[in-house]
Design a protein around this ligand. Sequence first.
Ligand SMILES: NC(=O)c1ccc[n+]([C@@H]2O[C@H](COP(=O)([O-])OP(=O)(O)OC[C@H]3O[C@@H](n4cnc5c(N)ncnc54)[C@H](O)[C@@H]3O)[C@@H](O)[C@H]2O)c1
Length: 358
Amino acid sequence: MREVRVELGPRSYSALVDKGLLKRLGELVGSWCPDLNPRKVMVVTQPPIEEAGWLAETKGGLEGLKAEIHVARIEDGERAKSLETLQGLCRELAKVGLERTDAVVALGGGVVTDLVGFAASVYLRGIALLNVPTTLLSQVDAALGGKTGVDLPEGKNLVGSFWQPRLVICDTSTLASLPGRELLSGRGELAKYAFLGAGKILQLELEDQVAAALEVKARYVSTDEREDTGARMALNYGHTVGHAVEAASLARSGTHPLSHGESVAIGIVAAARIAERMGRIDSQRVAEHLELISGLGLPTMLPSWADPQELMAYIARDKKNRAGLTFVLDGPGGVEPVFKVDPRLVTDVLEEMKESVS
Ligand SMILES: NC(=O)c1ccc[n+]([C@@H]2O[C@H](COP(=O)([O-])OP(=O)(O)OC[C@H]3O[C@@H](n4cnc5c(N)ncnc54)[C@H](O)[C@@H]3O)[C@@H](O)[C@H]2O)c1
């Protein structure tokens, strides 16, 4: 079993990575959180995870805790990250009578860990959260770091909190039932870590890949938990253009939207091309980006429907912007936030990245 530590003083915690950890949940919680002795535990999950058998395994694994186990189910998909679902979940916690010393378990992908993390932070002004991520994306990213939240019709993740879990348990066996497209989406997020100090990550076996990604994330979270210094922003590598492409894709009706990871993959290539035009990296480094992304089976070009002007409108609203466009870019000192990037240069790169219609 691999262990990754997030150092945050009294709120420090571990992420554990291995196959078959669901069966040992009670024992692991007992060993890593000895002060946590819940009388009641609420496991929150979604239908596909239950249908794959992971809820039953989780309940079995939690038996060792000798607590009453309850289950709450939320609807599947990004739509579940809403204030309505949050209210429904908090009401279920109240009906079951969860107290301050009890715990909630988020069993699922990033949608579940984001929503349940937020509920754990506000219910009774905060109760213990145990994250049990079941998608590659949530294992390498969403379940660790304490960012929780829900979406508003006005935008993604606009309401939320920083609330660290007490323990993150990544059982890689759960990825066996993950649809291929979700696995690919997780790889997009994994790819960014190759440029954030985990160069050989893709050559490792799965458990080591997850642990290596979490090591990088834990370092940034430990130094800049609430994105006060800007250091944590580096974790957004590829996300400026990535979020714009994802939003534009979702806004188009009647098409199969690009996944988060596919969009991030395109965003990573765009970031490399922007960095090259700014003289921060050379063409060889851009080629390394292209090779890595295409080697994962992820896109390196914008789809033919993409409109650079529309993407620029989304980029102009990016949360990282400070008096001009902010990008996270590679350079001689590594990946870092770069402020006041010339919008014309970005537009030129997006034009250059448009797939020609055959
Ligand atoms: N808080 C953070 O730091 C952070 C970081 C990155 C992403 N996110 C958030 O994560 C969300 C995306 O997460 P995601 O990609 O995990 O998507 P997701 O949670 O929607 O899961 C994708 C699909 O896979 C299903 N699924 C999950 N585990 C499964 C399994 N083991 N077997 C079969 N099916 C399974 C889910 O039910 C869902 O249908 C977004 O809302 C994003 O904003 C948060």
